[in-house]
Design a protein around this ligand. Structure first.
Ligand code: SF4
Length: 249
């Protein structure tokens, strides 16, 4: 595996993205790496007999996400049920080798019932693509499934109420690697009070699965200089998964 990004390209890797010339060059690699990346056919997607669908049905009460507005249906285990428009359960491949865990839905995510679709989500998509993957190859979810009003931080009681769903999702997915995006995902998965600055950049085990804590894309939008460190973290993840990082022109 070769990481041939120049220092300049590393720094700007997620701002534009790949030039057209590189996209053509990379397309074959993407197919190869994606094929092997997704090759989990025949592997049961659950560890404990529970499927993602069953967990989603429980969280959503068997309804569509948009039919769960303001606690009219679906989970009401914490106060966030009262102000949500939808429940954002998560999305991606049920056979994903790599799972990204964020904090909670924002305004746009709450509207669309999809995780990471706003500006931070667009950056996350570029981060995934920089690793030589497509968004649909991975699975993306959050610690809390309902939007904290005004995008405030989730409160401890909300994390406590919702995180069992996350643990069950991860047990059903059984990924090879988890990327914890930001403080709340990291602290929830690793049961620690340590900050993301101290924890990022090294694998820490969660129920037998290596977790790479790194910066949340929202933080990267506010602090572009931190992209280089986040990219270093993702390169470690790619190496762990045996992925070939696309070469840029
Ligand atoms: S945030 Fe989680 S625990 Fe709280 S109401 Fe939504 S789904 Fe239920």
């Amino acid at each position: 595996m070769s990481y041939s990004l120049s220092a300049k390209n590393r720094h700007t890797a997620w701002s534009g993205f790949l030039p057209a010339q590189a996209l053509v060059m990379v397309s074959d690699r993407l197919c190869q790496s994606t094929d092997s990346f997704s090759a989990r056919d025949g592997v049961a997607p659950v560890a404990d007999g529970e499927s993602l669908t069953a967990i989603a049905t429980e969280v959503l009460g068997g309804r569509e996400p948009a039919a769960c507005a303001a606690g009219t249906g679906g989970c009401v285990a914490c106060g966030l049920a009262a102000t949500r428009q939808t429940i954002v359960f998560g999305e991606g491949s049920p056979r994903a080798r790599l799972v990204f865990v964020g904090e909670g839905p924002g305004e746009q995510e709450d509207r669309e019932a999809r995780p990471f679709v706003g500006k931070a989500g667009q950056l996350l998509t570029r981060m995934i693509e920089a690793m030589g993957l497509r968004r649909e190859d991975v699975y993306i979810c959050n610690v809390v499934k309902c939007r904290p009003p005004g995008n405030r931080n989730p409160e401890p009681a909300e994390v406590a109420a919702c995180s069992p769903f996350l643990h069950r999702q991860l047990a059903a997915l059984r990924p090879e690697v988890i990327v914890a995006l930001g403080k709340f995902a990291t602290q929830t998965l690793l049961q620690t009070e340590e900050g993301i600055m101290r924890l990022r950049g090294k694998f820490i085990e969660y129920r037998g699965i290596p977790v790479m804590p790194t910066f949340h894309p929202s933080y990267l939008l506010r602090t572009p200089d931190a992209k280089r460190e986040a990219w270093d973290d993702l390169k470690q993840v790619a190496a762990r998964l045996g992925l070939a990082i696309p070469v840029r022109a």
